[in-house]
Design a protein around this ligand. Structure first.
Ligand SMILES: [Zn+2]
Length: 395
């Protein structure tokens, strides 16, 4: 624990959140409150074909707003993808963005609104040091964010992820002004998500809560949010996977997702360091990878987190023991259909050295409870491929 008598730090809390079934109907009011009169709706081509998007457009129309749709968001968005949206926004003089979709659509929507009035290239605003101060805050357009998955929590975040095609790496673009003005969490929008995507995205929310809770540093507000987020996922994810239109479970997962992204300003850890390179190289789902990796990372970090995991276990109504929590986590992974090993997800063992070097460079490695190097990360990859938990527990 840091010396609190001398600690100086920053805690950031998110935006206005409208929560509840039917709140998508308030998209127009949310735009008006944010000063948006000509919104550009940013989404992906899959969603653009669903009735769900019509509900958003109808809500905008009924508030008298003239909206246009940019549906060019790719699953792993590139800078070119963002630039296309910016071009349309500028050409048709949109004064704000309504971002609708999963993490990629929300990120691109936020980035389009951010880049709308910037003259420098997007890479100048990578999340490094104080690079964000290079941006002209007056050029940032307001955003209303409407998630249709429950996992990334991008609707309450101040950053967006873009793939740099030149280096095949994912980069984080950050600015405090990228935070949406209103996040609309309407559980009915996630009800149509198929079970495997519900499980994978839900595991991302869990990974955010759990890694933030375990990251070192003094941030009791983030920790409080994280532990309740973990509880919501354990209570709701199996229900949401089993019964897609259980709106109570869907609502709990949307809340947990926003809570995870709020909490992870405290830091993430090796689950994310290991999953980012796998996602980039093998194009596997981020949340699915996190769900597979969580128990291995937990066991690896045990010496540093045992005490706090006992407290978490007690909060979940389990026996206050590390093993009880790990057991419950393995059970959650089973009941939600997440594979037990990386091998089962199709990850071969032939590039682990290279992947481990990439994982070591990932910014999330620095906030893991136990310091890691490439060798340790490679061992973790091997364990997660073979299904070996160091504690000797069955996977
Ligand atoms: Zn994540």
């Amino acid at each position: 624990m840091a010396d609190l008598a001398t600690l100086v730090t920053t805690w950031n809390y998110p935006t206005r959140v409208r929560f509840g079934v039917g709140t998508v109907g308030e998209a127009g009011e949310a735009c008006r409150a944010a000063g948006i009169t000509r919104p550009l709706v940013v989404t992906d081509p899959g969603l653009a074909r669903l009735p769900l998007l019509d509900r958003v457009l109808e809500a905008l129309r009924s508030a008298g707003l003239e909206a246009a749709v940019f549906d060019g968001v790719r699953p792993n968005p590139t800078a070119g993808n963002v630039a296309m949206g910016v071009e349309i926004l500028r050409r048709d003089r949109h004064d704000g963005v309504v971002a609708v979709g999963g993490g990629s659509a929300l990120d691109v929507g936020k980035l389009v609104a951010f880049m709308a009035g910037q003259s420098r290239p997007i890479w100048d605003f990578e999340d490094i040091g104080d690079w964000w101060t290079r941006a002209d805050p007056a050029g940032i357009r307001p955003v209303v964010a409407i998630p249709t998955t429950a996992g990334t929590g991008s609707e309450v975040g101040r950053a967006g992820v873009v793939t740099d095609e030149a280096t095949h790496t994912k980069k984080i673009i950050f600015h405090p002004g990228m935070m949406p003005r209103t996040a609309i969490l309407d559980p009915s929008l996630t009800a149509g998500l198929p079970p495997h995507l519900t499980a994978a995205t839900g595991m991302d929310a869990l990974a955010h809560c759990l890694e933030a809770y375990c990251a070192p540093g003094f941030h009791p507000m983030a920790e409080g949010i994280a532990v309740e987020g973990v509880r919501l996922v354990f209570a709701a994810l199996p229900r949401a996977v089993r019964e897609g239109d259980d709106l109570e479970a869907r609502g709990m997962m949307l809340a947990a997702s926003a809570m995870g992204a709020t909490a992870f300003q405290k830091g993430l850890g090796v689950v994310h360091s290991l999953s980012h390179p796998l996602g980039a190289v093998y194009d596997l789902h981020h949340g699915l990878l996190n769900g597979i990796l969580l128990p291995y990372a937990l066991a690896f970090n045990r010496a540093a987190i045992e005490e706090r995991i006992r407290r978490l276990a007690a909060w979940l109504g389990l026996e206050p023991r590390f093993e009880a929590f790990l057991d419950a986590l393995l059970e959650l992974r089973r009941t939600t259909g997440i594979p037990p090993t990386l091998a089962a997800a199709g990850v071969p063992a032939d590039r682990l050295e290279e992947l481990a070097r990439m994982a070591e460079k990932d910014p999330t490695a620095a906030s893991n409870p136990i310091p890691v190097d490439a060798a340790a990360l490679e061992r973790l990859y091997r364990q997660a491929i073979a299904g070996e938990l160091p504690s000797g527990m069955p996977t």
